[in-house]
Design a protein around this ligand. Structure first.
Ligand code: NAD
Ligand code: IPM
Ligand code: MN
Length: 355
């Protein structure tokens, strides 16, 4: 029986348009044996919508998204609108509004891809950054006093709740247990400087770790973690971090495995009450937007994570294998991977490999 999946497509801004169009094509080309049928709703929310309506998305946006099985998003960000307006108008309210608390960002060194670090064999770097996605440093708690005056004061407060910290750490351990990896969980904080939120995190990490005696653990300060992502990237398996630290470290894990153009992400509601959101780690890349130069593979791999989450695991594997084959062959690669192919050439190459 053919299973119908209803997907909200939210390409957003810049190269988001190009990479989501590519992922859509690839999903539609999945072989019939997977017995999946997609119904897409194309949503034109984003910066152009903002220029027309004065808001990034309609007021009832979350109600409209709620009806879908999942959301595939491109990127948000426009050079003519301050980033805090675009991001707080679209992506961040969806992550929080749907309680998509687990942001899962795998980084894998594929065969055929060159890491800027020398000496790493394909598959030897294989980690997942699990990023807390609903609170922490991204909590919209703060304000200005004497705004724009010489005596101006700005306050932005990081919010960590035991509930929020515990569930993301537990999620990381469960993921490490399921993965075919090193069964190792690294926790990243900065408790030497931030003695409240980050020490709460450390205490919860130690407590939850007790329940997983089969897992190796390490606790690193974020500055040392940044160094070790470069010095010994092959030692990491699952890395769990706060919202901001996870954001920063996942650009680093992306580049040590070749390119941000390859890095996918899942914003999950593990309770499955709400549609989860899948998106590349990268942004709208205004420097290359509209030129057909964007690497679509991060978004295609995000679509594979989406299929995995929707319990279409074989289709997800087909997609990932097709990407793997394109990379290994090395004929259709975008500039970020040292090639000179266009977005649509890479997309066609993936579709060809789907067979
Ligand atoms: P970016 O990820 O958009 O770009 C960083 C660099 O990587 C650029 O040189 C870009 O050309 C390159 N790059 C990114 N994706 C690529 C791809 N698929 N193929 C080839 N090259 C790629 O980050 P930025 O420049 O810091 O931010 C640009 C805008 O995107 C800002 O408005 C920012 O706020 C926004 N942003 C949005 C998201 C999101 O929507 N999730 C994520 C990051 C940044
Ligand atoms: C990401 C992005 C966003 C984040 C920005 C654009 C708000 O950098 O998804 O990695 O920090 O979450
Ligand atoms: Mn980021």
């Amino acid at each position: 029986m053919v299973r119908k999946l209803s997907i909200a497509l939210l390409p957003g801004d810049g190269i988001g348009q190009e990479v989501v169009a590519a992922a859509r094509k690839v999903l539609l080309a999945l072989p019939g044996r997977h017995e999946l049928a997609f119904s897409f709703e194309d949503l034109d929310w984003g910066s152009d919508y903002y220029f027309r309506h004065g808001a990034m998305m309609p007021i009832d946006a979350l109600d409209r998204l709620q009806g879908h099985d999942a959301i595939l998003l491109g990127a948000v960000g426009h050079p003519d609108i301050p980033d805090h307006i675009t991001l707080h108008g679209l992506l961040l309210p969806i992550r929080r509004g749907f309680d998509l608390y687990a942001n899962v960002r795998p980084a894998y060194l594929y065969e055929g891809v060159r890491s800027p670090l020398s000496g790493y064999a394909p598959g030897s770097i294989d980690m997942v950054v699990v990023r807390e996605n609903t609170e922490g440093e991204y909590a919209p708690i703060g304000g200005f006093l004497y705004h724009h005056l010489p005596e101006e004061v700005a306050i932005q407060t990081s919010v960590m709740t035991r509930h929020g910290v515990e569930r993301i750490i537990r999620f990381a351990f469960e993921l490490a247990r399921r993965r075919n990896g090193k069964k190792r969980v690294a926790s990243i904080t900065k408790s030497n400087a931030q003695g409240y939120t980050m020490t709460l995190w450390d205490r919860v990490f130690r407590a939850v770790a007790q329940e997983y005696p089969d897992m190796e653990t390490e606790s690193l300060l974020v500055d040392a973690a940044a160094m070790n992502f470069v010095r010994r990237p092959d030692s990491f398996d699952v890395v769990v971090a706060s919202n901001l630290f996870g954001d920063i470290l996942s650009d680093l894990s992306a580049i040590v495995t070749g390119s941000i153009g390859l890095a996918p992400s899942a914003n999950l509601d593990p309770s499955r009450r709400r549609p989860s959101l899948f998106e590349p780690v990268h942004g709208s890349a205004p420097d290359i937007a509209g030129k057909g130069l964007a690497n679509p593979l991060a978004t295609i791999l995000s679509a594979a994570q989406m299929l995995e989450h929707l319990e279409a695991g074989e289709a997800a594997q087909s997609l990932e294998s097709a990407v793997r084959a394109v990379l290994k062959e090395g004929r259709a690669l975008t500039a970020d991977l040292g090639g000179n192919s266009t977005t649509s050439e890479v997309t066609s190459a993936v579709i060809e490999k789907l067979g």
